[in-house]
Design a protein around this ligand. Structure first.
Ligand SMILES: Nc1ncnc2c1ncn2[C@@H]1O[C@H](COP(=O)(O)OP(=O)(O)O)[C@@H](O)[C@H]1O
Ligand SMILES: [Mg+2]
Length: 336
């Protein structure tokens, strides 16, 4: 007779289109029952699945169980809220007081580093008017969804992404909204998206210390915050505001990432600090958090971002950033 283990293994190979994640990883499997006579009933959440997709998934499940010839399988769908399905271990917000310092880039590189370590990772692009995550990853598929929720779109290496840009008619369409609507959209990217099972969800925040970052900090169960800065003096001042904000809102600062720290000329084996001396260590002191890494200004990186190929960036700084973040999370867990 078929076992629950065999059914679970089979379900791991049933994928939801566009989300390109298995029904198991999206946490859509609600219940498996096997009667004494060996009749199997699989209860699935219908969340974010249109009738067409529900049929497609059901057919996929039947195909995956086709080897068990004598087993009668019935598949039923029940309604569930995305929040009931989401099982996200850590939520990390990436912020900075200022725009253009590389928040989106750092969010992307952290996600890539964690993914390369075999973790399940998502990015919630909370920069509603200035979304840049889909562009960096070369993603332009429209998310699947229904009245009950939305499914994230998946990157080449398997990172789940949700962004306003994926919902707009065109990548360059403008979103002209007032703050309350914007905050609502960000909250909905949390409450209405089926992220499923994730080890890490990174939130790419819009610049500043206004409504959007406050919404995220208040309404999402954030593990901690990563602050991005550059060596310019003006940036340092503005970034300190972000540090203050995180501290006031009692959100742990997991670390500081300094971007555009230097420019390296391999022919001369020399580093040039184009924006002046690094201020990362000083800022880390103010934030009472570790300096997770310093990223060079790298034309190759800029090119990969523009071409949607950021996942092909192999500079060792990425792996180091990932390791530093995991170490910081571990320290935080130990210290409570
Ligand atoms: N270290 C870097 N090397 C090269 N280009 C970079 C670097 N950091 C950022 N950029 C470029 O600068 C632009 C702005 O970065 P982005 O991450 O979008 O900033 P933010 O999200 O803070 O507004 C991007 O187009 C990116 O390609
Ligand atoms: Mg950005």
């Amino acid at each position: 007779m078929i076992t629950e283990e065999q059914i679970k293994n089979a379900l791991q190979k049933v994928f939801v289109p566009t989300a390109e994640q298995s029904v198991t990883d999206l946490n859509l499997v609600r219940k498996i029952t096997i009667t004494a006579e060996g009749k199997v009933t699989i209860t699935m959440a219908s969340t974010a699945l249109s009738q067409e997709v529900q049929d497609f998934v059901a057919a996929g499940i039947r195909a995956a169980l086709a080897d068990f010839k004598d087993t009668a399988v019935s598949i039923e769908y029940v309604e569930a809220k995305p929040e009931e399905l989401n099982d996200v271990k850590q939520i990390i917000a990436v912020m900075s007081g200022k725009g253009g310092v590389g928040k989106s880039l750092v969010s992307a590189l952290l996600a890539i580093a964690l993914k390369r370590q075999g973790k399940r990772v998502g990015i919630l692009d909370a920069d509603i008017t200035g979304s840049s995550i889909p562009r960096m990853f070369g993603i332009n598929a429209r998310p699947l969804g229904s009245e009950t929720g939305l499914l994230p779109v998946v990157s080449e290496s398997g990172i789940e992404v949700m962004s306003m840009n994926l919902l707009l008619p065109q990548e360059d369409s403008a979103v002209i909204w007032r703050a309350p609507l914007m905050s609502k959209a960000i909250s909905q990217f949390w409450t209405d998206v089926v992220w499923g099972k994730l080890d890490y969800l990174l939130i790419d925040l819009p610049p500043g210390t206004a409504d959007a970052p406050i919404t995220v900090m208040q309404s999402l169960p954030i593990t901690g915050v990563i602050i991005v800065s550059t060596p310019q003096g003006l940036v340092e001042m503005i970034v300190k505001k972000a540090v203050n904000m995180a501290q006031q809102m009692k959100k742990p600062i997991l670390g500081i990432v300094e971007n555009m720290s230097y420019f390296y000329v391999p022919e001369l084996k020399k580093k040039y600090e184009l924006f002046g001396e690094s201020k990362g260590a000083a800022l880390a002191k103010v934030a009472l958090a570790p300096l997770l890494g310093q990223l060079p200004i790298d034309p190759e990186l800029a090119r990969l971002c523009d071409n949607g190929d950021i996942e092909h960036y192999t500079n060792e700084s990425v792996a180091n950033l990932g390791k530093a973040l995991l170490a910081a999370l571990e320290t935080k867990t130990k210290s409570g």
